[in-house]
Write a protein of this length. Sequence first.
Length: 193
Amino acid sequence: MNEPRIWIRGERAGLGPFTEDLVDQYWQWEQDPGTLVGYGRQTPDSLANRREGFQHQARGTDDQLRFTVYDVAAVPPTPVGATAVLIDHHVRTGEFIIQLGPDHRGNGLGTEATRLTLDYAFHITNLRCVYLSVLSPNKAAITAYEHAGFRVIGEKRNSGYWLGQPANETLMDAIPDDFVGPSAVRQLIAPDR
Ligand SMILES: CC(C)(COP(=O)(O)OP(=O)(O)OC[C@H]1O[C@@H](n2cnc3c(N)ncnc32)[C@H](O)[C@@H]1OP(=O)(O)O)[C@@H](O)C(=O)NCCC(=O)NCCS
């Protein structure tokens, strides 16, 4: 089996291209009940629709960062999830999105994949701010985001559902000055500076 292409890597997680070869895998991760609840989505998507959606995403790369997350401790590295940043070029900001497959959660991969995506967004894409909203009961996600360098900036009330109950959304953001590092991008491009 060929080694997958990985652009930047940390100790456990790495980021590589978002690729058509893995679209059925993305679909599976996205339809997992934990992902649906985490995103406040209420109906599963069809594989046919997801494949069509991939084609749309593949044509929109100017406005979005999309990565496959790999577990780089596995041999060969295994795809475990995906991250994205949806860019607003007018203000140089972007909205962060992540999901990992259910078998790969709770091992620190989400934290590291989030940090690597911020690293890319700040040091290659030159964004000024990356933000997200997360359902407030989604404590694992909020903890992972905080460890990766996001901070809580507020709460939107009654704006979602969690397991059948109305829920608030926690709003978080990160700016380059908050970046916790180490920077895998800097290490790659200018290791001596
Ligand atoms: C959210 C997600 C990406 C996090 O990735 P992960 O690899 O599971 O997270 P990590 O293991 O890096 O970190 C989770 C942290 O939350 C902690 N945690 C887990 N459950 C918790 C809870 N109920 N309360 C408080 N902390 C909790 C863990 O202990 C860990 O902290 P630690 O590193 O100090 O031990 C992943 O769980 C996922 O894909 N979930 C489904 C989709 C989703 O909800 N996406 C987010 C939508 S906004």
